[in-house]
Design a protein around this ligand. Structure first.
Ligand code: GLN
Ligand code: ZN
Length: 762
C-alpha cells in the first residue's frame, strides 16, 4: 500500500513566495533571487514529505503564480499580445499574463482569472485560438524533477503532476466563436504524449494527470474527449514501466465511469475523492476488479483543517484491500493540500481542546503514516485518534445553542412582499429610482493603520472608536452632499466582511498564520468554525446607530449572511453543514433584531458566496438551496413588515438560480450587471421577479469613472426588463478598493443620472 500526495501548499511557511514575488514586481530583487526563494520553498516542502515517509512525492506542484498558467506556458498557450521582445525571461512573460504589463510603450491587460471549481483558489483562464499550436515552451517541470532527484538520489519516488488535457481545455476559453475548444483534443494529447515520453526517458515511474472535471455533470462532447484522450494515452504507455495516475477530486465519479468502459483494463491507476463522495468506493471497486488498475483512495480531507477520523478511513482501506489486494491500493489526501494552511505547530494561541482536533498540510501527510501503521496492526493509534476526535469539550458544545439550531415552518416574513412594500413606502418616502451604495467606502492606508494599531494594542479602545467615528461622520456628510437617498456607515471598522464577524461570534476563531493562497501572491486566512455559534453581544449596532444619529436620511445596517460566513471559513465537520449554517443564521437574526430595536429601518444581509457554494453536481443543488435559503430566512424574517431587508450578491450569472434568489424574499436585492450592459436582465422578461432590485449600474472593479449619460442609458435599458417602481440605483459592489476620488465622482454621476431618470423616464 503506497502513500502519496497530490500537491503541497507553495506559499511557504512565512508567505515567502508572496514577499519575494512582490519584491520582484517592484524591482527590489532580481529573478535569480526570486528563483532561489522558489527553490527553498520546494526543498522545505519535499523535506516534510520525505521525512513523513511518503512513498511517492509530488513534483511540479510548485508554482510562482498559478499551476494552470504554468501549464499554459509549458505547452505554449501564450496569446500573441504577450509575445513582446521586452520580456527577456519567461518569468516576465508569465507574470505579465497573470497581472498585465504597462510601460510608456505597452499596455497589456492581465488574462482573465476565475475560481478553481468550488474552491476559493483562482486560476488564470487559458485562451485558445482556432489553430492553437501546442509545443514545449518551458522547462520548469524538468528542472524541478532534477532538483528533487538530487535530494532523493533517484527518480523512483518522483511523481510529476500535471493538469490533464481535457480538464485543461475545459477550464480555458475560445478566443472567438468559430470553434469549440474540444476540437483541440487531438493536438493537445499529442503534446502530452511527447511530455510523458520525455519523463519516461528520464526513468520517471509515476505521472499524475489531474482530471477534476470527472466529478462534474459532463456533456457528451466532453465525455467523448475524455474517452479519446485517455484511450490514446493509456494505449500508448500501457507497456512501459511508468504508471499514469488519473486523479479526480472535489466530488465522485461513479456517474462518469462508463466513459472508461472500452479500455478500463488499460488504466494504470485512478484516484478518487472519498471525502466528498465516500459512497463511490463500492462502484469503483467493482468496476476495476477484473483489471490490474491500482486504486488511490483520497481519504484525508485536503479542503478542511480537522484531523482524520482513522476509524472511517481504515474501514475503506480494509474494504479495498480485501477486494483488490494490498499492492493495488494507495492512500492519499482527496485533493491537493493547496487549500489548507501549512503547519499547525505555528499556531500558539488556539485552545488545546480545539487545536488537538486540528491538522494542517504537514500534519495531514503524517496522518497517512499513522494509517499505514494501523493497517499493520497498531491499535493504539486508532484508539487515541477516536478519543481525541470524540472528546466533547464544553468550549465546543453549548446545549442551549444546540436546542436552537433548527428551522421551523413559520420562519418567513409575516406578510407577503406587496403588503410590506406598501407599508415601507409610506414610511420611507423614497423617490423613484432610489440611490444607495453596497456598504464599504474606500479603505485608505490611514484606516488600515488605525485598525492595526488597535489590534496591536498601540491604540486604546477610546481613541480607536473616536477615530472610526470620525471616518463615519465624514462619509455620512459626503453621502449627504452627493445626494444619495439611503446612506451607509462605510465599514471602516472591518478588515474583511467575514473575519470581522468571526472575531465577535462564539464558536469561531481566526488563526495567526493559517494562510491559504487565493490567487498569485494574494493569500487569505479563513476563520475556523469550531463550535456552536452564538452572539453574546451586539456586533455592529454601535457603529450603525452612530451613523444614523448623524443624519436625517435613512442609514442601512450592514451584515454578512450565514452562507457567506460558512463558505469563506473552515467549517466543523462533526455536524451537518446545514446545522452550522442555521446556528450562524440565528446569531445574525439576533443582530438584525437589535438593529431594528435601535431604530434602524433598512438592513442589508450580504450573501456574495451563495452562488459559489453551489455543489458541482446539479443533482445536489436542491438540498443546498433548501438549507441556504432557510438560513437566509432565519436571519432575515424576524423583523416587522416596516423594516426593509436588502441583500447583495456580487455575481452576474443568476439566470439558472433566479427562482431560488427570489425565494430568499429579500425586499431589495442588489446584483452585478453593469459589465454586461444590462443584457443579463433579459431573464426578467421570462421570469418576473416580484421584489425590488438594484441591477448594479456601474462597475466598481475598474478605476474608470462612468459618465452620467452612460448611467442614464443603463437605467433606461433596465426599465425595459423591470417595473420602474422596483428599480434601485447603485454601484455593483462595495467601494472598498477604489480611491476616494473615484468613488465620489462615480457616485455623483450616478445620483445625477438617477435624478434625470426621475424626470425623463416616467
Ligand atoms: N458590504 C460589502 C462591501 O460593500 C459587500 C462586499 C461583497 O459583496 N463582496 O464591501
Ligand atoms: Zn459585491
Amino acid at each position: 500500500m503506497l502513500k502519496h500526495n497530490l500537491g503541497f501548499p507553495r506559499i511557504g511557511k512565512g508567505r515567502e513566495l508572496k514577499i519575494a514575488c512582490e519584491k520582484y514586481w517592484s524591482n527590489n530583487i532580481d529573478y535569480l533571487t526570486l528563483f532561489n526563494v522558489g527553490k527553498k520553498i520546494r526543498k522545505e516542502n519535499w523535506d516534510i514529505q520525505i521525512k513523513s515517509n511518503l512513498d511517492i512525492i509530488p513534483c511540479n506542484d510548485f508554482s510562482f503564480y498559478d499551476h494552470v498558467l504554468d501549464l499554459s506556458i509549458l505547452i505554449g498557450v501564450v496569446p500573441e499580445s504577450y509575445l513582446i521582445p521586452k520580456f527577456k525571461n519567461i518569468i516576465d512573460l508569465y507574470f505579465s499574463m497573470a497581472r498585465g504589463y504597462q510601460d510608456n510603450k505597452f499596455d497589456i491587460k492581465a488574462m482573465e482569472m476565475t475560481k478553481w471549481f468550488n474552491t476559493n483558489y483562482h486560476y488564470i483562464v487559458p485562451e485558445f485560438t482556432k489553430n492553437q499550436k501546442f509545443f514545449l515552451y518551458s522547462k520548469k517541470i524538468f528542472y524541478e524533477i532534477e532538483e528533487l532527484k538530487n535530494i532523493l538520489n533517484s527518480y523512483d519516488k518522483i511523481k510529476p503532476v500535471l493538469i490533464g488535457p481535457v480538464s485543461y481545455l475545459f477550464l480555458g476559453k475560445e478566443k472567438d466563436t468559430s470553434f469549440n475548444k474540444m476540437d483541440l483534443i487531438d493536438n493537445i494529447v499529442t503534446i502530452y504524449i511527447k511530455i510523458i515520453d520525455i519523463l519516461i526517458s528520464k526513468n520517471i515511474k509515476w505521472v499524475q494527470l489531474d482530471e477534476p472535471i470527472l466529478s462534474l455533470d459532463l456533456s457528451d462532447r466532453e465525455k467523448t474527449s475524455i474517452k479519446y484522450a485517455y484511450k490514446k494515452i493509456y494505449k500508448h504507455f500501457h507497456n512501459s514501466d511508468t504508471k499514469i495516475l488519473l486523479t479526480s477530486y472535489f466530488d465522485g465519479i461513479s456517474d462518469n465511469l462508463n466513459i472508461f468502459n472500452e479500455f478500463y483494463k488499460y488504466i494504470d491507476a485512478i484516484h478518487i475523492d472519498l471525502v466528498e463522495d465516500p459512497n463511490q468506493l463500492d462502484k469503483v471497486l467493482s468496476f476495476i476488479k477484473e483489471s490490474k488498475t491500482i486504486l488511490s483512495l483520497g481519504i484525508i480531507n485536503g479542503r478542511n483543517i480537522w484531523k482524520n477520523l482513522y476509524h472511517n478511513s481504515v474501514k475503506k482501506i480494509e474494504k479495498s484491500i480485501s477486494s483488490i489486494g494490498e499492492d493495488r491500493v494507495m492512500i492519499a489526501p482527496n485533493c491537493s493540500l493547496l487549500h489548507v494552511p501549512i503547519d499547525l505547530e505555528d499556531e500558539k494561541y488556539i485552545h488545546y481542546d480545539i487545536k488537538n482536533k486540528m491538522s494542517f498540510a504537514k500534519q495531514k501527510i503524517y496522518e497517512l503514516n499513522d494509517l499505514e501503521k494501523i493497517i499493520k496492526g497498531d491499535k493504539n493509534i486508532l484508539f487515541n485518534n477516536s478519543s481525541t476526535i470524540n472528546f466533547k469539550s464544553n468550549i465546543i458544545y453549548n446545549k442551549e445553542i444546540q436546542k436552537r439550531s433548527y428551522y421551523s415552518k413559520d420562519l418567513k416574513r409575516k406578510n407577503i412582499f406587496s403588503i410590506r412594500q406598501k407599508k415601507q413606502r409610506k414610511i420611507f418616502n423614497l423617490p423613484l429610482f432610489p440611490t444607495t451604495t453596497i456598504g464599504s467606502f474606500p479603505q485608505t492606508k490611514e484606516i488600515r493603520i488605525t485598525r492595526n494599531k488597535f489590534i496591536r494594542k498601540q491604540l486604546c479602545k477610546k481613541e480607536y472608536e473616536k477615530k472610526i467615528k470620525k471616518y463615519i461622520l465624514d462619509v455620512i456628510k459626503k453621502q449627504e452632499n452627493i445626494g444619495l437617498d439611503v446612506l451607509v456607515h462605510g465599514e471602516f471598522e472591518r478588515n474583511d466582511m467575514v473575519e470581522f464577524f468571526s472575531e465577535k461570534l462564539n464558536g469561531m476563531l481566526s488563526t495567526n498564520n493559517g494562510w491559504v493562497q487565493s490567487y498569485g501572491s494574494r493569500c487569505v486566512k479563513p476563520p475556523i468554525i469550531y463550535g456552536d455559534i452564538s452572539r453574546n453581544k451586539e456586533l455592529t449596532v454601535d457603529w450603525i446607530c452612530y451613523a444614523q444619529s448623524k443624519t436625517k436620511k435613512l442609514v442601512k445596517g450592514m451584515l454578512t449572511g450565514p452562507v457567506t460566513i460558512l463558505k469563506w471559513s473552515f467549517v466543523r465537520d462533526d455536524q451537518s453543514l446545514y446545522k452550522t449554517s442555521y446556528q450562524i443564521a440565528w446569531a445574525i437574526r439576533d443582530e438584525v433584531l437589535s438593529l431594528e430595536k435601535y431604530g434602524i429601518k433598512i438592513i442589508q444581509i450580504d450573501e456574495p458566496a451563495l452562488r459559489e457554494g453551489l455543489p458541482l453536481k446539479k443533482k445536489n443543488w436542491k438540498s443546498y438551496f433548501d438549507w441556504s435559503i432557510k438560513s437566509f430566512h432565519i436571519a432575515s424574517s424576524g423583523v416587522k413588515d416596516e423594516t426593509q431587508i436588502h441583500t447583495h450578491m456580487c455575481y452576474s450569472e443568476f439566470n439558472d438560480i433566479i427562482k431560488e434568489i427570489s425565494d430568499l424574499d429579500a425586499d431589495v436585492i442588489t446584483i452585478e450587471s453593469s459589465r454586461s450592459n444590462m443584457e443579463l436582465l433579459k431573464i426578467f422578461s421570462i421570469f418576473s421577479y416580484p421584489n425590488q432590485i438594484g441591477p448594479g449600474i456601474y462597475d466598481i472593479h475598474s478605476p474608470r469613472i462612468p459618465t452620467e449619460k452612460e448611467i442614464f442609458n443603463l437605467i433606461k435599458k433596465a426599465c425595459n426588463f423591470l417595473p420602474k417602481e422596483n428599480i434601485w440605483i447603485n454601484p455593483d459592489c462595495g467601494l472598498k478598493t477604489r480611491t476616494w476620488n473615484e468613488a465620489v465622482e462615480s457616485i455623483k454621476n450616478m445620483v445625477k443620472a438617477a435624478k434625470i431618470a426621475r424626470i425623463k423616464l416616467i
